[in-house]
Design a binder for this molecule. Structure first.
Ligand code: FAD
Ligand code: SF4
Length: 501
């Protein structure tokens, strides 16, 4: 096979050994990104920190171009590049190819390849395009958590006889406790590169070249390969066992719960997702972690993470702009745009917004069932929300958001990604979280000064959109409940007038 064109261009999310082909490198420190977007301070920090830690490791192998645009830095240069992770960057590379020799190699950093997904999707009707079926196919094809079938040793069967242990993974927070009680995670130690990054960001702000939201460090997420491996070990040893059961729970006193904190190093390309999968399976094989937790992690990574990556390309470049099933046009409230939890009364939303302000991160159930649910009920324009999630979260990337935010949390594609809107009232949050105890609203109250905005908002939403939901069989029961509501008119009036929550 011919050697790839040299040098190799590496982007800031291609930092692990599995991206490095071994020859001379070009790296662009594109400061224009910080000028064009108002992002979380800690997101800018972790990106620059990871990039410059890696540049220090590469030494003379890497030519570093500091620029305000990739086009400006790279025009006329010949190089090879692993296909980048956004529509915008792929378009930019295609443009540069008109006056240079640029070899584009297949993308890396996911469990499955783009052409494998295309082949899988080709023969499926839209109704068969569901994550569960993709995930099972990946498990079988890649032999992940598969063992000889006891009934027929020529065949493989899923470990434990099932592909899915979600039924074991729905524990509410343990009663009488403020935290899960697992050990405090390992945290990286900042070094001279972090101190330099901090000064650079301060200077950019002082010169008016960037504006950030959220609090400054200390840096919480892994930004080097060594740190990423350390974080993985820490998760596997101390939190993996509890990951499954408490996956869907939230406790305001425990912002990490039993989550891995690995999305940042995986999205920066420092860890290969397959490494994480292999490591958690090893822990199961050694008898140190239960199957429901291990399968839960495998599902999140080989299932959800790969699924949203492939959907990003499959749904097309205009997916976000064309998806607004409910016709929502409200702008994002200032409290969200500026990460100001004090402007919010609801304890659930306030607590999650405070976590995002402090670290640019909150766990999955907070993103989906608190933020996504609240913002769906507030009828925010899904494209605006998609941009906010990318900028406000340290692990936010263009490819991860559309399926998660527009498809899953806002149901803005009318059912392409999710089979029903992820919508709930306060009863669900009361059961699965501990937020309601410290809230001025009451989850079981629908009308009145202390009516929970989620409970009342849930019914007002169903009422507004009943026509659009009528044909979805998963919404029959909620819509039947709506038709029995004795105080619907009061809910309507109250929620139409609601200006704070
Ligand atoms: C509205 C919304 C916004 C989200 N924004 C992001 C984001 O900006 N970046 C991001 O990487 N993930 C995002 N997710 C997915 C998921 O919430 C995060 O990956 C997870 O919370 C990161 O924390 P963790 O590494 O501790 O994950 P864990 O809970 O420990 O899960 C393990 C890994 O599984 C993967 N994963 C799990 N669920 C998903 C998913 N739905 N999509 C993609 N990967 C998944 C991640 O790589 C994660 O690191 C979002 C989900 C929703 C509903
Ligand atoms: S009562 Fe409602 S608003 Fe308050 S924390 Fe519970 S769900 Fe959130």
């Amino acid at each position: 096979m011919a050697e790839p064109v040299s040098p190799q261009l590496l982007f800031a999310d291609q930092l692990g050994p599995h991206f490095d082909n071994g020859g001379p490198l070009i790296v662009v420190d594109n400061r224009g990104v910080f000028a064009r977007r108002t992002m979380h301070r800690q997101k800018a920090h972790v990106i620059l920190s990871a990039l410059y830690h890696r540049i220090a490791e590469w030494g003379d192998r890497a030519e570093v171009l500091v620029s305000s645009s990739y086009r400006e830095a790279l025009r006329g240069r010949n190089f090879s590049v692993i296909n980048p992770t956004s529509w915008g960057l792929r378009r930019m590379i295609a443009e540069l190819q008109s006056d240079a020799t640029i070899e584009v190699l297949p993308s890396r950093g996911f469990v499955t390849e783009e052409d494998q997904f295309q082949a899988w999707a080709e023969h499926r009707k839209p109704s068969q395009m569901v994550m569960e079926s993709f995930y099972r196919d990946v498990r079988v094809r890649e032999g992940i958590l598969m063992v000889p079938d006891p009934a027929d040793s020529q065949r493989l069967a899923p470990e434990g006889g099932e592909f899915n242990f979600d039924k074991d993974n729905r524990e509410p927070p343990p009663k009488g406790r403020d935290t899960l009680g697992v050990p405090e995670p390992w945290w990286p130690e900042e070094d001279d590169i972090d101190r330099w990054v901090r000064t650079e960001l301060d200077d950019m702000v002082a010169r008016g070249e960037a504006r950030f939201i959220g609090d400054d460090g200390p840096r919480v997420f892994a930004a080097t390969r060594d740190e990423a491996l350390h974080a993985l070990e820490d998760f596997v040893r101390h939190r993996l066992t509890d990951f499954g059961p408490y996956e869907d729970a939230a406790m305001p006193g425990d912002w990490v719960m039993a989550h891995s904190l690995l999305s940042v190093p995986m999205n920066l390309g420092l860890l290969h997702p397959r490494e994480v999968i292999d490591r958690v399976i090893e822990e199961f094989r050694e008898g140190r972690a239960p199957l429901n937790s291990v399968e839960g992690v495998v599902r999140q990574i080989a299932g959800w993470r790969d699924w949203v990556w492939h959907l990003y390309w499959h749904m097309g470049e205009d997916y976000v702009e064309r998806s607004n099933y409910f016709g929502h046009t409200e702008h994002l409230p200032q409290a969200f745009a500026e990460l100001d939890p004090d402007a919010i009364q609801s304890n659930c939303v306030k607590s999650v917004l405070a976590e995002i302000r402090t670290r640019g991160w909150s766990h999955h159930i907070n993103r989906l069932m608190v933020l996504g649910n609240h913002l769906l009920q507030r009828r925010i324009d899904p494209a605006e929300l998609n941009r906010w999630f990318i900028d406000a979260f340290v692990d936010g990337t263009p490819w991860v958001m559309p399926a998660n935010v527009v498809g899953m949390s806002q149901y803005a594609d009318g059912g392409g990604v999710a089979t029903k809107p992820y919508l709930s009232g306060g009863a669900y949050l009361k059961k699965m979280t501990q937020y309601c105890a410290g809230c001025p609203f009451r989850p079981d109250v629908r009308v009145g000064d202390n009516a929970c905005p989620f409970t009342a908002g849930y019914w007002a939403f169903l009422d507004d959109h009943r026509e659009k939901l009528r044909n979805n069989h998963r919404m029959f029961k909620p819509l039947a409940g709506l038709s029995r509501l004795s105080d619907l008119e009061q809910v309507r009036v109250q929620e139409a007038a609601r200006r704070s929550w």
